[in-house]
Design a protein around this ligand. Structure first.
Ligand code: KIV
Length: 275
């Protein structure tokens, strides 16, 4: 069995120009399947709020929910690195809160690293968590926890705004993050960030110039019937497949063709009389 991946894999990939791959997972069974694909890391994202809980944004996701799902994912992953997302207000209020909650994701959720959103503004939190020996993945560009401040989920880093993005990226790196997610920024901006940084960039809606890519698995499998972003490639219509299977089950039960003899326990006559 290959060795469990760690932050060293990320540093090595950047050095050798080897692309990194990540997918999300939120439970044990899917985490096992994702892990078997050979991804470098599994993110238990706070996108949990959208794709698992059906909420309009990620703002209501709690630490308890993140710990619960991270623990389930960690149980299913053997090789990939497990990264737990820090939910809204688990790190913004104070540096002490940030370290405490990052620690909970590691101790109670069994994450190997945490991810948090923001650049210059959260650099002190990143530094303190890293000083507590917990690896941090940054997240800049479109940061969904700032949906209200940004006035919606919009492409970031266009024009002059790309300078702010560069400042954020450098602050995250300087604070000690081992990698950074770059979400929804123009491809040339993401490429410039990638060239300027010595830590790997993991793109989502940031073009092919990043050091790696991440997707939410519901999006790439056609499982989420809500909004489908332009940057998603749908690799399978698992939603269609599941719907057809459920409908077939319903019609089998109604027609009396399920359960069949092969799904039925038959006790010997004598025993059967006991009941
Ligand atoms: O929560 C999440 O799934 C994420 C990814 C989209 C990067 O932050």
């Amino acid at each position: 069995m290959p060795a469990k991946k760690t932050v060293s894999r990320f540093a090595q990939a950047k050095r050798f120009g080897d692309k990194l791959t990540m997918l999300t997972a939120y439970d044990y069974s899917i985490a096992r399947l994702v892990d078997q694909s050979g991804v470098d890391a599994v993110l238990v994202g706070d996108s949990l709020g959208n794709v698992v809980m059906g909420l309009p944004d990620t703002l209501q996701v709690t630490m308890e929910q993140m710990i619960h799902h991270t623990r389930a994912v960690a149980a299913g992953v053997q090789n990939a690195m497990v990264v737990g997302d820090m939910p809204f207000m688990s790190y913004q209020v104070s540096v002490a809160d940030a370290v405490l909650n990052a620690g909970r994701l590691v101790k109670e959720g069994r994450a190997q690293a945490v991810k948090l959103e923001g650049g210059v503004a959260v650099a002190p939190q990143i530094r303190a968590i890293v000083d507590a020996s917990i690896p941090v993945m940054g997240h800049i560009g479109l940061t969904p926890q700032s949906v209200n401040a940004m006035g919606g989920l919009k492409v970031q880093g266009k024009g002059d705004d790309s300078e702010r993005l560069m400042r954020d990226a450098l602050a995250v790196q300087e604070a000690g993050a081992f990698s950074v997610v770059v979400e929804c920024v123009p491809a040339h901006t993401a490429e410039e960030l990638t060239k300027a940084l010595s830590i790997p960039t993991i793109g989502i809606g940031a073009g092919p110039g990043c050091d790696g890519q991440i997707l939410v698995y519901h999006d790439m499998l056609g499982l989420f019937e809500g909004f489908q972003p332009k940057f998603v490639k749908q690799y399978a219509d698992a939603g269609g497949l599941i719907k057809r299977a459920f409908a077939e089950y319903v019609s089998d039960v109604k027609a009396g063709t399920f359960p069949g003899p092969e799904h039925t326990f038959n006790a010997p006559q004598k025993l059967a009389k006991l009941y």
